[in-house]
Design a protein around this ligand. Structure first.
Ligand code: RB5
Length: 146
């Protein structure tokens, strides 16, 4: 799968920048990555990068996306303003599993300041391997999202 990845400057904070690690993790799991920026610690606005990733998905250039910011929250709010995007901030593999199975979420949001990079791999692996359950009640609820 092609996974669009975007981050604000929080994705480059600290000794081990988050975004390159996340991109490596996705590649190690056998997927291609579409890098939607940003590329360094220069302060930027997270909605711009959420829109870049969501645009790539909605235009068919990527099948799903991963967004990184300080908490995962700003990116999630911004991404969910795009019709057809269902973004979820996840801090455990179980949240990632349920976001896929029940919500058919197509964007995973992760927070650099709240989730160590070594905890991300399990979340990303579950995210990328768990299909939507397709259950009638879940389909009905997703339809109501518009
Ligand atoms: C940037 O400093 C920070 O506010 C942003 O990365 C994010 O956490 C917002 O939700």
């Amino acid at each position: 799968m092609m996974i669009a990845i975007g981050s604000d400057h929080a994705g480059y904070e600290g000794d081990a920048p988050y975004k390159p690690e996340i991109m490596r993790c996705v590649a190690t799991l056998g997927h291609q990555t579409l890098d939607c920026g940003t590329y360094d610690t220069k302060s930027v606005d997270y909605p711009d990068f959420a829109d870049a990733v969501c645009g790539a998905i909605l235009e068919g250039r990527a099948e799903s996306g991963i967004l990184l910011c300080g908490t995962g929250i700003g990116m999630c709010i911004a991404a969910n303003r795009n019709r057809g995007i269902r973004a979820a901030t996840c801090v455990t593999p179980e949240m990632a599993r349920l976001a896929r199975e029940h919500n058919d979420a197509n964007v995973l949001c992760l927070g650099r300041r709240v989730l160590p990079v070594d905890e991300c791999e399990a979340i990303i692996r579950i995210w990328l391997t768990t299909p939507f359950s397709g259950g009638e009640r879940h389909c009905r609820r997703i339809r109501k999202l518009g």
